[in-house]
Design a protein around this ligand. Structure first.
Ligand code: NAD
Length: 498
């Protein structure tokens, strides 16, 4: 069986802890690889390596650092098919979706080519008598990223590209469920000319995460995953004096106004709720039709579409809308939520629990599920299911729909479908959620804007990618300088003012 490795100091390094995690091909339910789970010694070695390599990289001019990103983008395009195949094989998502995962990361790498512009400071000539004042952005030192299974290409790149182009060294701790692509990405960065030690990939679980959170030489930590772990990482990292940003779970609502084009609504819901088997933090998991007539029309049009979803392994090519869930545990969890919804009294309009595929009986497949008449107090409404399960929560009017989304504990993404500009504008202005779509079901901001949820979907002050990433991975220093010709004789004992 293939045994994966860490990448430390530019080299593949075998795990020495003796602990491993199994990596499955979820379409067939078989273990295909094992990944070492690092202990403190392995983490300490990687962090020491990164700390030693960082000063020279930090002193390399930003344009040269940006050129590594430029080359990296070329290499991603060169290896796109290979990366997508490896990604789908471990994650289960379709090949076009795996390419989307890679391209969304590639776009952040492209944005990072512009580092010289993003890293420019400010300068005030004559801020006082003979005084010039300027601010500079300097790397934080060694930063770390802890990433989830559901975007094994995109999210590692959202972390390491800006961190590295800002002049930091980086420790990536990818998900132990699908670590092959993060390792491949690190090797492409080395091929692109990144010096050894600047990007280290250390595989592991909670033990590795805790070493990162406690290590005095890690200055910043970026995390993406479930909310409970996000909160844990945030509080422990902050308590140790690090800058930390953590992005957690979601329950994204889509409000459907009576004037919305119902065909567009149904197309949008089918793609955004069931794509990637619902394993996306920006998946729509609650449709909120306004008015009984809207709800009845929605259910009538949506039901046959959910029943007709094509579920297949990634090897089926275009014949798959989505593939299996990532693990047996994920499958049991999602089925458990469907059982709970039935017990809670929601109407199960489409039941995908019994889905099975000939030749893939051991794969972690579930068919699309659709619940109607879901209410606020139900667990299937309150919790993130992270599977191909769409819930419909009917409301009587716009204010009730808005209140529903606003009072949910998560605040990652939200959408409204309407033709009424006035309502859409009011919605975008009042909603307390980080990413808002108007007739756009998955409003994932592009690389040059920032990505981040509100409420219990995000912890910390700054978002991912866009200008915020450059703020997160740098420290601002402000320099006040006066030259002898500006200095008047004598000591001044009061605080200088202008
Ligand atoms: P997860 O929380 O299980 O794991 C995320 C990372 O934390 C992994 O690297 C894992 O090894 C590590 N980890 C797991 N248990 C830990 C523990 N007890 N202590 C310390 N570290 C631990 O998340 P997942 O299942 O891999 O990913 C799915 C979740 O991620 C969903 O909740 C999804 O909404 C969320 N997500 C959020 C965003 C966002 O931007 N808000 C994006 C993608 C995914």
């Amino acid at each position: 069986m293939e045994e994966l490795y860490h990448i430390i100091g530019g080299e593949r390094v075998k795990g020495t802890s003796g602990r491993f995690a199994d990596i499955y091909n979820p379409a067939i339910g078989e273990v295909e690889k094992k990944v070492p789970l690092a202990n403190a010694d392995e983490l300490n070695a990687a962090i020491a390596n990164a700390k030693e390599a960082q000063p020279a990289w930090g002193a390399t001019n930003p344009q040269k650092r940006g050129r590594v990103m430029m080359k990296f983008v070329d290499l991603l395009n060169r290896d796109m098919d290979k990366l997508a195949e490896a990604l789908s094989r471990e994650h289960g998502k379709t090949i076009p979706d795996a390419k989307g995962d890679i391209i969304r990361g590639l776009e952040v790498a492209e944005f990072c080519i512009g580092a010289p512009q993003m890293l420019k400071g400010e300068y005030s000539e004559g801020a006082g008598p003979g005084i010039d004042m300027y601010s500079i952005r300097q790397p934080v030192g060694v930063a770390a990223g802890i990433t989830p299974f559901n975007f094994p290409a995109m999210i590692p790149m959202w972390k390491f590209c800006p961190a590295i182009v800002c002049g930091n060294a980086f420790i990536l701790k990818p998900s132990e469920r699908d670590p092959s692509v993060p390792l491949m990405l690190a090797e492409l960065m080395l091929e692109a000319g990144l010096p050894a030690g600047i990007l280290n990939v250390v595989n592991g679980d909670k033990e590795a995460v805790d070493v990162i959170l406690d290590h005095p030489d890690i200055a910043g930590v970026g995390f993406v995953g479930s909310t409970a772990i996000a909160e844990y990482v945030y509080s422990r990292g902050c308590a140790n004096g690090k800058r930390v940003q953590c992005f957690g779970g979601a329950k994204n609502h889509m409000i459907v106004m009576p004037d919305a084009d119902m065909d567009q609504v149904v197309d949008a819901l089918i793609g955004s709720s069931y794509g990637a088997a619902g394993e996306r933090c920006m998946a729509i998991s609650v449709a909120v039709p306004v008015g009984k007539e809207t709800a009845d029309r929605l259910v009538a049009k949506l039901t046959p579409r959910v029943e007709a979803l094509k579920i297949a392994p990634y090897t089926a090519g275009d014949d798959a809308d989505f593939g299996p869930l990532v693990t047996k545990e994920a499958l049991a969890r999602v089925k458990g939520f469907v059982d709970t919804g039935v017990e809670e009294g929601a109407t199960l309009v489409v039941d995908g629990r019994e889905f099975s595929m000939q030749g893939y009986e051991n794969g972690y497949f579930i068919g699309g599920c659709l619940f109607d008449n879901v209410t606020k107090d139900m667990e299937i409404y309150k919790q993130e299911i992270f599977g191909p399960v769409l819930t419909i929560a009917r409301t009587e009017n716009y204010e009730e729909a808005l209140d529903l989304a606003m009072t949910h504990e998560y605040g990652n993404g939200v959408a409204m479908f309407t033709r009424d500009g006035d309502t859409a504008r009011d919605f975008a202005s009042r909603i307390n959620i980080g990413m808002v779509g108007v007739n756009v079901p998955i409003p994932v901001p592009l690389a040059y804007y920032t990505f981040g949820g509100w409420k219990r979907s995000g912890f910390g002050d700054l978002n991912q990618h866009g200008p915020d990433a450059f703020r997160f991975y740098t420290r601002t220093k402000t320099v006040t300088s006066r030259w002898p010709s500006g200095i008047k004789e004598g000591a001044d004992f009061s605080i200088p003012t202008m």
